[in-house]
Ligand binder design. Structure first.
Ligand code: ATP
Length: 252
């Protein structure tokens, strides 16, 4: 397997609280990886560290063989333009229309002309299953599911090689969440994207992810669902041993 992101001996510590301690993880090109773990186990800190939003205490992160932690800021900023990121609440600019939200990265970071940006914005809207007339609305005029889709369209704007999703289905009703999972799976299939998602949603985890990275004892245990279920580690057993997980597993 081709490793896209490689994390080695990562330590994150805030004051006396150590969150990650010698964490190691390889993320393969083209996979959908779900990052899970109990509340406060350090999922968001891990995502923020990969994205360069949190400077690790020590350790290395390599992307396509290049060490991010040692990369000059300008080079890292340039590389990150090929990363799509969707934050938990969508993080859309409330004063901008949907069209302007999606075009924001295009105007900021591409050399496309205004009409090309607009055309590409419509392509992205279609990719996430939204009608063209949504373009002129403001975020406050959208449903929760539509906000997520617009945020995804914006994350896709610059044709990313990897998509980072922070709790993509949180706050959605079960039907919208399932539709969103299907959308992620289709984008992954059609575009060959690598997808890294932090999630609490067991449905997403079981239906969409190729592998699961579970935070346990400040490190990561990673594998396919069956592999993890066979792992006797108490954190894994308690995570998947609950009634809801068991019911879903029986149904899958
Ligand atoms: N900037 C920071 N300064 C100090 N402590 C922090 C900082 N960021 C995170 N933490 C602490 O690190 C720990 C892990 O936080 P994190 O947000 O990564 O957890 P999580 O696994 O994403 O939890 P949840 O599932 O509840 O969102 C928490 O105890 C949190 O308080």
């Amino acid at each position: 397997m081709d490793v896209l992101i490689s994390i080695r001996n990562l330590v994150n510590q805030f004051g006396k609280q150590r969150i990650h301690d010698g964490l190691e993880l390889d993320i393969f090109r083209g996979e959908v990886l779900g990052i899970v773990g109990g509340s406060g186990s350090g999922k968001s800190v891990l995502l923020r560290t990969i994205l360069g939003l949190n400077a690790p205490t020590s350790g290395e992160i390599h992307f396509s063989g290049k060490e991010l932690t040692a990369m000059p800021d300008a080079e890292f900023a340039c590389l990150k333009r090929r990363w799509g990121v969707m934050f938990q609440k969508g993080a859309l600019f409330s004063s901008l229309t949907v069209a302007d939200n999606i075009q924001f990265p295009l105007r900021e970071f591409s050399s496309l002309r205004a009409e090309e940006c607009r055309e590409l914005m419509y392509v992205r809207l279609e990719m996430v299953g939204l009608e063209r007339d949504v373009a002129d609305k403001y975020p406050a005029q959208l449903s929760g599911g539509m906000v997520k889709r617009v945020a995804l369209a914006r994350a896709l704007a610059l044709d990313p090689v990897v998509l980072f999703l922070d709790e993509p289905t949180s706050g959605l009703d079960p039907v919208s969440a399932e539709e969103f999972d299907q959308l992620i799976a289709a984008l992954h299939r059609n575009l060959g994207l690598t997808v890294v998602m932090v999630t609490h949603d067991l449905d997403s985890l079981f239906s969409t992810c190729d592998r699961i990275a579970m935070l346990a004892d400040k490190k990561i245990i990673v594998g396919g669902l069956r592999e993890l279920l066979a792992n006797p580690h108490p954190v894994i057993q308690s995570y998947f041993g609950g009634g809801r997980a068991q019911a879903l597993l029986r149904g899958s």
